[in-house]
Design a protein around this ligand. Structure first.
Ligand code: HEC
Ligand code: HEC
Ligand code: HEC
Length: 372
């Protein structure tokens, strides 16, 4: 009895081995024959489409468990505006937008990028965050260009949450599309600065979101170096890498000179209780933590040290956190700040940022003065 059981077990495994070998032979013939048609013109079999949709849904639901909780200001205009401009520049060509049909490339893709008008009903904010940050394999849906800049993704989610209630006019206003205003012309080179202006405002104007820095008080050489660092990816930012990648040397020179020469905008910051502690940190540093005085460098006329006065609290504190994480230290300049930021607590960062936001932009020098 025991003997025949053993035999049948051996035969069972033999049968499995033979079946596996047959499948492997057919699979090899199938792959090598080129019989399977990878054309984007040939839709998947229905069962493949169904299976892919299940895998995708389960994967997104499971993987998005690691996403931090959504901030409670997702309806904040500062986030929505920045998200809307980025959407127009980086997503609409595939996904279309209110009053805007996108490019015809999307229609020729398989799967075709779906319109996203109602996508916020299908996915939660954290799931949307995960999709926008990670992209999707085998579909053409790209990951966030600067994957390490997790802090940059929420404005896109904020925009997708707002999308169902956006008509074409409101969308055009939000994305600051000036292409029909007088003076706009592709042949005069004004087109590129109109792209920058969608987020930074034109030279001399305030930025359109408090997440975006003003450029007007900075030296041309600091602005120029920043653009090169975005272009090469040594200063990661999904917003800036997208626009900087297409700029040639002449255009970069022209843009940075015209921004550096413009008068700085009016101050935006408001007094808060952090301000007096922040003022101390700025002038004297934090001796107990080995943090040097910020003023020692940031009030000097060295055109490589950016002007900080009057930038918003959220922009300054974000940059300090980015330095602290070590993801803006691709250059020697960044490494100086990484060493300093590593010694600061969240509270120190918030206090000094709040203080700097109350100062008049340009008070330690302007781009036109400090340009070499
Ligand atoms: C090159 C084209 C392309 C670009 C650019 C692109 N996407 Fe996609 N996206 C796709 C495709 C294709 C899919 C569909 C994936 C699928 O069906 O599995 C997709 C899916 C999505 C989804 C999920 C849709 C759903 O119904 O589940 C979201 C959300 C999304 N994209 C947001 C964005 C955002 C935000 C951007 C810009 C930052 C962007 N996409 C840029 C091609 C693109
Ligand atoms: C979609 C919005 C958007 C557009 C369009 C845009 N920027 Fe920016 N820009 C940003 C954001 C956000 C930052 C902060 C990025 C970071 O965290 O490093 C930034 C930062 C910069 C900086 C670094 C400033 C500093 O103080 O460190 C420069 C220089 C700059 N942008 C120039 C430009 C130029 C020139 C253009 C047009 C070709 C442009 N930007 C278009 C959003 C934008
Ligand atoms: C030894 C000189 C030095 C000291 C001291 C210093 N910084 Fe900096 N800081 C720099 C340099 C150089 C950069 C440019 C880094 C780069 O381009 O990546 C910079 C950049 C910054 C930026 C980014 C601004 C922008 O527009 O992107 C912030 C914010 C900043 N510093 C805040 C501070 C604060 C706050 C202190 C004091 C606690 C401080 N720094 C002390 C040299 C210094």
């Amino acid at each position: 009895m025991a003997e025949s059981n053993k035999l049948s077990l051996v035969e069972f495994w033999k049968a499995i081995a033979i079946a596996t070998a047959i499948v492997a032979v057919f699979a090899t013939i199938f792959v090598w024959s080129g019989f399977y048609n990878v054309s984007a013109q040939k839709p998947h079999f229905e069962v493949t489409t169904w299976l892919l949709a299940q895998i995708r849904r389960q994967s997104i639901q499971y993987q998005s468990n690691s996403v931090p909780p959504a901030p409670d200001n997702l309806d904040d205009a500062e986030l929505v505006t920045l998200g809307a401009v980025q959407y127009q520049l980086g997503c609409a060509a595939c996904h279309k937008a209110p009053g805007w049909t996108g490019s015809r490339v999307g229609d020729a893709m398989l799967p075709a990028p779906p319109p996203l008008t109602w996508v916020s009903e299908k996915w939660s904010p954290r799931e949307l965050f995960w999709i926008v940050r990670n992209g999707q394999k085998y579909t053409g849906m790209p990951a966030w260009i600067a994957y390490e800049r997790e802090d940059e993704v929420w404005p896109l989610v904020a925009f997708l949450e707002r999308l169902p209630s956006l008509g074409p006019d409101e969308y055009r206003r939000l994305t600051s599309d000036r292409s029909s205003t007088p003076g706009f012309s592709l042949s005069t080179g004004r087109a590129v600065i109109e792209v920058c202006a969608r987020c930074h405002g034109l030279p001399g104007e305030p930025p359109r979101s408090n997440l975006v820095p003003f450029l007007s008080a900075q030296s041309a050489s600091y602005l120029r170096r920043s653009l090169e660092e975005y272009q090469s990816g040594t200063r990661p930012s999904g917003y800036m890498e997208l626009v900087a990648s297409g700029l040639d040397d002449t255009t970069m020179d022209a843009l940075t000179e015209v921004y550096a020469a413009a008068p700085p905008p009016a101050p935006a910051g408001e007094a808060s209780e952090d301000v007096s502690r922040g003022a101390k940190i700025f002038s004297a540093g934090l001796p107990g933590q080995n943090v040097p005085s910020c003023a020692a460098c940031h009030t000097a006329a060295n055109p490589q040290f950016p002007q900080l006065a009057g930038q918003t609290t959220v922009f300054l504190s974000t940059q300090l956190q980015v330095f602290r994480k070590g993801i803006r230290n691709g250059s020697g300049y960044g490494r100086i700040m990484t060493t300093i930021a590593e010694r600061m607590t969240d509270a120190d960062i918030d206090a000094v940022s709040a203080y700097l936001s109350t100062l008049p932009p340009g008070m330690f020098g302007t781009g036109s003065e400090s340009a070499p």
